[in-house]
Ligand binder design. Structure first.
Ligand code: OAD
Length: 236
């Protein structure tokens, strides 16, 4: 059980492992390859310029998988904690699915973007809701400006969303909890080092992440089994 005092501020970083029990494969697990492509090969500006059809096929497949998924007890445990801690809880996810919102969370920062949004690759138009599947896309959808519509995803080589806000909240947190993330993708993998020494740092997942040495505690197990117990009666 994680004791939370009335002055604590929690920063929670989630990764693909939180949605694994909902049926969405992780990136670096055994089912992490798509048609023998590594994620880095289809999730980059270079891939988009080289073969936008392939990129849309990949994200259409991910939209289909995520549409069929339902939140699991880990998502619900985090949503319940938000209800009790309100703005003293900050959930920053690397996941692009919307399972955390489906579980009832209202304040989730998607630092790697959102699967069910798209935007123009040319003009600065706002990302818009888009659940369409473009597989195989005969033509890449176009914006009014003539630019191509792309997934609203932070690709390798691009800057994650809301980093200024994320680092402000990291500065103030007293408890840092990372769940289901392998600790290899920057900058999220370095958040724990940023707070180490002044915040309690906890990891939850079935195996130790690559950055395990930066955590003060590692709780080994599945998020859906561990979080309801760890966060269950955390008090405000
Ligand atoms: P990874 O696929 O790298 O790591 C998933 C982690 O989840 C691993 O450490 C697993 O041990 C753990 N895991 C598996 N099942 C779990 C369970 N039931 N409960 C808890 N943990 C479990 O995914 P991320 O670290 O999220 O970026 O990957 C980071 C980023 O790399 C992603 O956001 C994505 C990817 O490339 C972009 O697409 C930009």
């Amino acid at each position: 059980m994680l004791p939370v005092s009335s002055t604590d501020r929690l920063f929670i970083l989630t990764g693909a492992g939180v949605s694994a029990e909902s049926g969405i494969p992780t990136f670096r697990g055994v089912k992490g390859l798509w048609r023998n492509y590594r994620i880095e090969e289809v999730a980059s500006p270079e891939a988009w310029h080289r073969d936008p059809q392939l990129v849309w096929e990949f994200y259409s497949m991910r939209r289909r998988v995520a549409s069929a998924a339902k939140p699991n007890p880990a998502h619900f445990a985090l949503a319940t904690l938000e209800n009790s801690l309100q703005d003293r809880l900050f959930v920053c996810t690397q996941n692009v699915d919307n399972l955390q919102e489906q579980a009832g969370s209202r304040n989730v920062v998607h630092m790697h973007g959102e699967l069910f949004k798209s935007r123009c690759d040319t003009c600065g138009c706002r990302p818009f809701d888009d659940t369409n599947l473009y597989e195989p896309p005969a033509e890449i959808p176009r914006c009014e400006c003539g630019g191509r519509i792309r997934p609203h995803i932070c690709w390798f080589g691009e800057v994650p969303f809301e980093l200024d806000r994320i680092f402000l909240v990291l500065e103030r947190c007293t408890i840092f909890l990372a769940v289901g993330t392998s600790g290899v993708v920057a900058p999220a993998a370095s958040f724990v080092a940023h707070v180490a020494g002044r915040a309690r740092t906890i990891y939850v997942g079935p195996e130790r992440p690559a950055n395990a040495s930066a955590f003060t505690e590692c709780h080994l197990g599945k998020a859906g089994e561990m979080l309801p117990h760890l966060l269950g009666s955390s008090c405000a």
